[in-house]
Design a protein around this ligand. Structure first.
Ligand code: NAI
Ligand code: MG
Length: 348
């Protein structure tokens, strides 16, 4: 029986994860759950944001359903003890390098998008973001220069194997869709990006059926709001992907609608909404649980071999939204639990 590790974390993490779990339970599928502490709550209770028992559970699980980490009361801590280190640590320790972030606009949400309805409704893309390298994992620190000034630094680097394996995920993902891959970099300025681009071009020989294009990240930011419909699959590095996927969420109505999967190539994956712990709305029942519920659907599809169950969840969310169910981020008044009820009602 597959084991799902539930790491709900901080802020709205537990609120939205609870709704995802209700939806999973309603499907009557065969798997077991085990919960563990992660993030600020783990730091406060056990002294570390990613305690050994949590990491051990994550390693032996078939899939991880993750909420969010981030706790303002931990802001003054040294970096290694901050809640966000838990998600970075899980990605690194489990080799979770390929973060898939689909962005679509659900029917009925055209008015919730920051873009004009006719521009927004064309969005249907997947961002494939690398999550094991880049400035997030490079040498970093704050040092004092010879002139006596403090200087912060974070080293950006990618080796060619790292680029090849994420680019391969990009090409393979494109093959399941419209066979168009846009690689986003900053090759006009950054050497890391020049290598990235060279490696992606070399790999494209294996995928003659996929149309490959390249775009600088600053232009990509503009194109995502000018005409998001032009993209099918985007492949990019950790930092650019982080920023562009939050941006894409605004085309899709709300950050509370966007799920993600982070895969390591062995079938195991970590599934989480793209949003964080949202301390500004935590504890108020205002969080939109759809991103967490849709992340559970991605888990069923990518790690548990249950694509029909995934389809059922996605159809239920779409039907609930089309039926007018809205949390405050979408301009409605439903609570987190009431939104969960609306999705459950469609599961039947
Ligand atoms: P955030 O994603 O938590 O919130 C950004 C804005 O979106 C806030 O106004 C929030 O209220 C709103 N929002 C987010 N999710 C929502 C939902 N489901 N329904 C309705 N509204 C929603 O990003 P922020 O504020 O930059 O970061 C807060 C904390 O979360 C920080 O500690 C940050 O480091 C952490 N974080 C953790 C992530 C993770 O666990 N993977 C990812 C991003 C941020
Ligand atoms: Mg982010």
């Amino acid at each position: 029986m597959p084991l799902i590790a539930i790491l709900a974390g901080d802020g709205i993490g537990p609120e939205v994860t609870a709704q995802a779990r209700r939806v999973l339970d309603a499907l009557g599928l065969d798997f077991s759950y085990q919960e563990a502490l992660v993030g600020g709550v783990a730091y406060h209770q056990l002294g570390h944001p990613l305690p050994p028992a949590t990491l051990e559970l994550a390693k032996r699980s078939d899939a991880i359903l993750f909420g969010a980490v981030g706790d303002p009361s931990c802001d003054g801590l040294e970096r290694s003890l901050r809640p966000e280190q838990a998600i970075l640590g899980l990605r690194k320790e489990l080799g979770l390098f390929a973060n898939l972030r689909p962005a679509t606009l659900f029917k009925g949400l055209e008015d919730a998008s920051a873009l004009r309805p006719e521009v927004a409704s064309a969005i249907d893309l997947v961002i494939v973001r690398e999550t094991n390298g880049d400035v997030y994992f490079g040498d970093k620190g704050i040092r004092t220069t010879a002139a006596g000034r403090r200087e912060g630094y974070d080293i950006m680097s990618y080796d060619e194997d790292e680029v090849t394996r994420i680019a391969r995920v990009g090409f393979e993902t494109a093959r399941t869709r419209q066979r168009r891959l846009c690689s986003i970099d900053k090759a006009n300025v950054l050497e890391t990006s020049q290598l990235w681009r060279d490696v992606v071009i070399a790999l494209s020989a294996d995928y003659p059926d996929v149309e490959l294009t390249h775009m600088y990240v600053d232009n990509a930011a503009m194109q995502l709001v000018r005409n998001p419909g032009q993209f099918d699959v985007i492949v990019t590095g950790n930092l650019f992907g982080d920023i562009l996927s939050d941006q894409a969420s605004m085309c899709a109505g709300s950050i509370g609608m966007l799920p993600s999967a982070t895969l390591n190539g062995s079938g195991q994956g970590l599934y989480e909404p793209i949003h964080g712990s949202a301390p500004d709305i935590a504890g108020q029942g205002k969080a939109n649980p759809c991103a967490a519920i849709l992340s559970a659907a991605m888990m069923l599809r990518h790690s548990l071999g249950m694509p029909e169950a995934a389809d059922r969840i996605e159809a239920a969310v779409a039907a609930a939204i089309l039926g007018g169910a809205r949390t405050p981020d979408l301009g409605g008044t439903l609570s987190t639990a009431a939104m969960g009820d609306a999705v459950l009602a469609q599961i039947g």
